[in-house]
Design a protein around this ligand. Structure first.
Ligand SMILES: *Cc1c(COP(=O)(O)O)cnc(C)c1O
Length: 392
């Protein structure tokens, strides 16, 4: 099928709720993609952070082939070895506690919000979330997402949400009351423009939650699974949350989401309180196990740290050269380049030259390569960006 023929199928049969680039992607390998016209693309934003260890990682592909030959899906009426194993791996790399599995980031956050209501005292129902956040598109998670552009047309939203400016300890203190059951934030806001939480802010959330009998929920859907050079971004701070959600990179390209909660909190999700038909099925969990093993066997946390530093240095050199770059920020391989104006055209021009990056919040270039990225690939990406900025 030609590119045009595929696009015509979409035009006729697929709901147009995404703005798509006119390319059909047919193959992925590591940090590269190929389109149906034979163009090779260096991917510095693989799958919106889903392909966190690169496209078609051989260990994930092998685990999927093996599992597919045994059992694709078994429902939660039974046990399966894969779900138990993945829960152990995630629990041990986080703060202990227990896991609930689902199929996406929004579902993991939805589970966390429900758990916060059921696990806190009677009368507690309010959630505090931060301006610029992104937590998903279901009714509860889009309500948690404190950005009016995502709310437009969907009112009324779920009651009980309070929005506060990110990184503002005073505003957080003022927003607290007896009725608050949880604070939900991203340790680094992704869609909001790679905004890194300060140490004071994370510590204040912990303190205020403890003082008010509320739970600290961290949305690590984008920051988790090694993206920042540690398993979870909260591990850069000296603070332990009560609940962490993850998805995106967890399945190496297969749909899976998870919530981990401290044991006594997790215990409140008794049979019948929450569920997911596909959640924790063996094919998704086999992929998750392979991702964790690949990150450890190939020392990808170390690589994420090293390559993150290298990329940041290179981007700071570009900042010296081009006043359009205001700031370079982020941790590990979660890097934002704050521009003085819109970045959409820069992203388009990079793609025309074989480089995929992303622009979020209109003025922030998002640079989030796979954890297997090499120095040479980062340098190649920076050269392309340099060329594009040079012609602006
Ligand atoms: C992508 C994302 C979500 C939503 O995940 P879906 O899998 O699209 O539902 C939630 N929170 C954060 C921080 C995200 O980056």
């Amino acid at each position: 099928m030609t590119t045009q023929e595929t696009i015509e199928l979409y035009n006729k049969y697929v709901i147009a709720n995404y703005k798509r680039l006119p390319r059909v992607i047919v193959k992925g390998d590591g940090c590269y993609l190929w389109d149906a016209d034979g163009n090779k693309i260096l991917d510095m934003f693989p799958g919106w952070a889903v392909s966190g260890i690169g496209h078609c990682h051989p260990k994930v592909v092998e685990a999927l082939r093996k599992q597919a030959g045994e059992l694709l899906h078994i429902d939660n009426t039974f046990y399966s070895e894969q779900q138990g194993k993945l829960a152990k791996l995630l629990s041990e790399r986080g703060f202990g506690g227990k896991c609930f599995f689902c199929n996406s980031g929004a579902e993991a956050n939805e589970a966390a919000l429900k758990l916060a209501r059921i696990a806190t005292a009677e009368g507690k129902y309010k959630f505090i979330t931060a301006e610029g956040s992104f937590h998903g598109r279901t009714f509860a998670t889009v309500t948690a997402t404190a950005q009016p552009k995502y709310h437009e047309g969907f009112l009324p939203l779920l009651p009980g949400f309070i929005y506060v400016p990110y990184n503002d300890v005073n505003a957080l203190e003022k927003a607290f009351s007896d009725e608050v059951c949880a604070v939900m934030i991203e340790p680094i806001q992704g869609e909001g423009g790679i905004n890194v939480a300060t140490k004071e802010y994370i510590e204040a959330i912990r303190r205020l939650c403890d003082q008010n009998g509320a739970l600290m929920l961290l949305d690590e859907v984008q920051t988790g699974m090694g993206r920042t050079g540690k398993w979870f971004a909260y591990q850069h701070y000296d603070v332990e949350p009560d609940i962490v959600t993850m998805a995106k990179a967890l399945g190496g390209g297969v749909a899976i989401g998870a919530m981990t909660a401290k044991e006594e909190i997790a215990a409140k999700l008794a049979p019948g309180k929450h569920a997911s038909t596909f959640g924790g099925n063996c094919i998704a969990c086999a992929a998750g196990i392979a991702v964790v093993e690949a990150i450890e066997q190939d020392k990808l946390l170390e690589n994420a740290n090293k390559m993150g530093e290298h990329a940041k240095q290179k981007l700071l050199q570009l900042k010296e050269k081009y006043p359009v770059i205001e700031e370079v920020r982020g941790i590990g391989l979660m890097i934002g380049v704050q521009l003085t104006g819109p970045g959409g055209e820069i992203v388009d021009e990079c793609l025309a030259r074989g480089l995929r990056i992303n622009c979020t919040n209109n003025t922030v270039l998002r640079f989030m390569p796979a954890m297997i990225v090499t120095k040479e690939q980062i340098d190649e990406a920076i050269n392309i960006l340099d060329g594009v900025l040079g012609e602006k």
